[in-house]
Design a protein around this ligand. Structure first.
Ligand SMILES: [Zn+2]
Length: 398
């Protein structure tokens, strides 16, 4: 099998190693076989891909992506629900977009009609070009709850358990439940602060998911919703808008992760009208901006494991930049979208860092993201499992 060495001025592994200057990543088939100084690891017969002044780093891992962008297919206003077929076609567009921006693994916490599972299959079977996908199938939600027009509606623990099992049966990698209302409201009078599925309902779903050695995550915005989800035993909190210091301590102590999606809420506030959202949603988004930042501060102070996710209305680079406004450095922000995001997906991921034995999921960006994270917007090259999908900034045609 031929071996390729990717070399560049700098390699960031995403792990604990300091930046490697004049670094190289050696790839055989779908795996990384060596990482180090290019001169030290290159062998004579290697095919050389030289990226000059660029930086090589792990492919980005996006932890909250619905394959719906931020237009009418994402808004979630029950009056603009479309047939699952349209969501699938739109999703196909977004898989390609994700690859172009350097996302090599996308975690999909809920999509209508199992389109995520079908798109994942079509990618695996070679019909579509896209990132590796980790899918939740349909989100599990109370009758009339947040996102219920796309979700599996349940009431009572038995229905919750059955719906969780149904997602796993259909091929979901993890399960998403809805513990509170949200910003994009499904019904008149809904607020992010309102609890939705109860502790017993979520605990029943969690038991089914954990019995299958899978993870369960909760959309949880308000205090009672977050408390209920944590009591029910979820592995991760999405958004966590009103997360308080007690929640944060519990999460840090119990290994519960957080995907705050900070850029999402700012995106809704600043661009919601342009995206076509009802005007009534904007004050809801405005009201949660400050508490959401406060909640992330609690999480950071307590040492909660966190990762980057965009939920359609945010942006993965913006998300990393917002993280740095809390005083963390650019490298740790990059880790939130590489290694740490992979750890939200799996306890022992084979991706997310450039290390011997891991999947060859590698991107090259122009310049140095340790100086300016914005260079992550100019992705020149993307390799997934050893296969080149983007080169010279363009996505491969087939
Ligand atoms: Zn979401």
């Amino acid at each position: 099998m031929s071996v390729t060495i990717l070399q560049a001025r700098q390699v960031l592994t995403g792990g604990d190693r300091p930046p490697i200057l004049n670094g190289g990543v050696r790839v055989r088939g779908s795996k990384i076989v060596a990482v180090g100084r290019a001169d030290d690891i290159r062998e004579r017969e290697d095919e050389v891909l030289d990226f000059g002044e660029a930086t090589l780093l792990p492919g980005l891992v996006e932890c909250h992506e619905h394959l719906s962008g931020h237009d009418r297919y994402a808004i979630g206003d029950p009056s603009v629900v479309e047939p699952p077929m349209m969501y699938a076609l739109v999703g196909v567009y977004h898989t390609r977009r994700l690859v172009r921006i350097g996302v090599t693994t996308a975690r999909i916490p809920g999509a209508p009609g199992h389109i995520d599972l079908m798109i994942r299959r079509a990618i695996r079977e070679g019909y579509l070009l896209g990132p590796k996908m980790v899918c939740a199938g349909e989100l599990i939600v109370m009758t009339g709850g947040h996102g219920s027009m796309w979700g599996a509606e349940v009431d009572g623990p038995w229905e919750a358990k059955k719906a969780a099992r149904a997602q796993l049966k259909a091929g979901a990698d993890f399960v998403k439940i809805v513990a509170s209302g949200g910003v994009g409201i499904t019904r008149e009078g809904e607020l992010p602060s309102q609890p939705e599925l109860s502790v017993v309902e979520m605990a029943a779903a969690a038991e089914a998911v954990h019995s299958a050695d899978r993870r369960i995550t909760a959309h949880a915005d308000g205090v009672p919703g977050i408390s209920n989800a944590l009591e029910a035993g979820v592995d991760c909190i999405e958004h966590g808008i009103y997360l308080n210091a007690d929640h944060a301590k519990f999460m840090a102590d119990n290994g519960v992760a957080m995907v705050p999606t900070l850029s999402t809420m700012q995106g809704i506030y600043h661009h919601g009208i342009e995206y076509g959202m009802p005007e009534t949603w904007i004050p809801i988004a405005e009201a949660i901006l400050e508490p959401h930042l406060e909640s992330f501060r609690h999480a950071l102070e307590a040492g909660v494991h966190f990762a980057a996710g965009t939920d359609g209305f945010g942006d993965i680079v913006d998300e990393m930049i917002i993280f740095t406004t809390f005083g963390i450095d650019n490298y740790r922000a990059i880790q939130s979208a590489t290694r740490d995001a992979a750890l939200v997906i799996s306890p022992r991921p084979d991706f997310g860092v450039l290390e011997k034995g891991k999947a060859a999921d590698i991107i090259a960006v122009d310049g140095d993201p340790l100086d300016d994270l914005n260079v992550l917007r100019s992705v020149q090259f993307v390799m997934i499992d050893g296969e080149v999908l983007v080169s010279g900034g363009s996505v491969r045609e087939e």
